[in-house]
Design a protein around this ligand. Structure first.
Ligand SMILES: NC(=O)c1ccc[n+]([C@@H]2O[C@H](COP(=O)([O-])OP(=O)(O)OC[C@H]3O[C@@H](n4cnc5c(N)ncnc54)[C@H](O)[C@@H]3O)[C@@H](O)[C@H]2O)c1
Ligand SMILES: N[C@@H](CCO)C(=O)O
Ligand code: NA
Length: 435
């Protein structure tokens, strides 16, 4: 039988890995897919360099539009990144009746509603397993494996770069910039690493997870996003002393009032599995009403782990030709006409526990003032530590709270910061028990 012909757009970290895995595992992949899957055409900015990598196995072209319009190409794999050229190429491929596989979460978080609508009209698939948590088959798990459930929440470490940075900062006390450079060298970071550091990449992925978990449109604009650039070494240290680790967590929750969608540094009790997901590893927990809590762990970034998901999508798409052409899993798990919009909640509407750190002058009455403000705002304290600062007239004070409404916490923080005895802003980190 004729092979399935794949056009690869981009031959960088993921494109190169995809080419390698397709070639190395060609026979095993064909046994699963029912046809051989061959990258016959590659588009790269540096044609000579790409030729030296792919040899005679594929034709290399400079113009990616030549691939998306090529009648010989069955599936287009978009691994260029960004949301401008990539959007044009993906829409053009769909318009030409081609299935698309992409690892591009930035593109789908921003233009996914449009892209999936066009794909449905054209009767083609846009597969994106590699876009969320790289090699971990989390899209497939939620969309297919958990389809019996009402999903209650999804929470995960879904950015390898920031998890690598947090791990190295905590375990080896290395400075932020040095660890970031290492993550870039290893191929984990985005072309613009501020996407990683500021939580944007995690929010892109979380938005896609939220949509397939709850059957809502992709609403990246509603995500609350905090990254790790403002996180201080001392908070990592104090958290550890209190029995917690800090992770950049993406959390999306379905509540009767609406959907929570938030990415922020989060304290997690040190003995929990999620707190021990280290280095560039990713982990996602999904809580379903029938199945309970489930956990998915693996490499969320890097050349071959990401290629693993790209190639699995290629196998899925190929099976449309070989198994049952009518059998389609809906892009966003729910039937297109069953996707219902729901209110998206503001961060002020969440209820969770908090870590609050501030510096105050060490004098009688300071603690009483602060605890009165917390009590007035219905915020109850679990524990407190006080540490002398370099300036011995001042102390760092850290509170852990019971669950409280974020709106109340904001109001209390404003009042605390206004106290003349409080000499710093209040650092607020959220705590999740993931139970
Ligand atoms: N690196 C990872 O671990 C990882 C994991 C999951 C998803 N992703 C996503 O995969 C995509 C690719 O990421 P990457 O890390 O491989 O990036 P990369 O920068 O290594 O590769 C991108 C490639 O696209 C090429 N390119 C750019 N413009 C082009 C054009 N006009 N025509 C042809 N080629 C062009 C570049 O030359 C480069 O080789 C991004 O969307 C990224 O977010 C990356
Ligand atoms: N920059 C991303 C790549 C995987 O999507 C990360 O660090 O997780
Ligand atoms: Na994945």
């Amino acid at each position: 039988m004729e092979p399935i012909r794949v056009g690869l757009l981009g031959l960088g970290v993921v494109g190169g890995g995809t080419f390698k895995v397709l070639a190395r595992n060609a026979e095993e992949i064909a046994r699963r897919a029912g046809r051989h899957i061959v990258a016959t055409k590659v588009s790269a900015r540096d044609v000579a360099k790409a030729k030296s990598r792919v040899g005679e196995a594929a034709e290399v072209v400079a113009d990616p539009f030549q691939i998306v319009r090529d009648p010989e190409i069955d599936i287009v794999v978009e691994l260029i990144g960004g949301d401008t050229l990539a959007r044009e190429l993906v829409l053009e491929a769909i318009a030409h009746g081609k299935h698309v596989v992409t690892a591009n979460k930035a593109l789908l978080a921003k233009h996914g509603n449009e892209i999936f609508a066009r794909a449905s009209e054209q009767g083609v698939m846009v597969a994106f397993e590699a876009a969320v948590a790289g090699g971990i088959p989390i899209i497939k798990a939620i969309r297919e494996g958990l389809s019996a459930n009402q999903i209650e929440w999804v929470a995960g470490i879904i950015n390898g770069t920031t998890n690598f940075i947090l791990t190295e900062m905590r375990a080896r006390g290395l400075p932020f910039s040095e660890v970031l450079a290492e993550a870039q060298r290893l191929g984990y970071a985005e072309a613009d690493p501020t996407f990683d550091i500021e939580g944007v990449d995690a929010a892109h992925k979380l938005t896609l997870l939220s949509s397939i978990a709850f059957g809502v449109p992709i609403r990246f604009d509603k995500a609350h996003i905090e990254g790790i650039s403002q996180l201080a070494q001392e908070d990592i240290r104090y958290a550890e002393e209190l029995g917690y680790r800090i992770k950049l967590l993406g959390i999306t929750k379905a509540r009767p009032e609406g959907i929570e969608l938030r990415v922020h540094p989060t304290l997690i009790a040190a003995q929990r599995v999620m707190a021990n997901v280290e280095g560039a590893m990713n982990a996602v927990m999904v809580k379903g009403d029938a199945v309970g809590a489930t956990l998915y762990y693996g490499q969320g970034a890097g050349e071959e782990p990401t290629a693993s998901a790209v190639v699995a999508d290629l196998v899925d798409v190929t099976r449309l030709h070989t198994a049952d052409p009518e059998h389609r899993v809906p892009h966003l798990a729910f039937q297109p006409d069953a996707i219902t919009d729901r209110p998206m909640l503001s961060i002020e509407d969440i209820t969770t526990s908090y870590y609050l750190r501030l510096a105050a002058t060490d004098q009688p009455g300071v603690l009483a003032d602060i605890t009165r403000i917390l009590a007035d705002a219905s915020i109850s304290i679990v524990s407190m530590i006080q540490k002398p600062r370099e300036d011995a007239t001042q102390a760092d004070i850290i509170f852990l709270t019971h669950e409280a409404l974020e709106r109340n916490v904001n109001a209390a923080i404003a009042r605390i910061e206004a106290l003349p005895t409080v000499v710093s802003t209040v650092t607020r980190l959220r705590i999740e028990n993931l139970a």
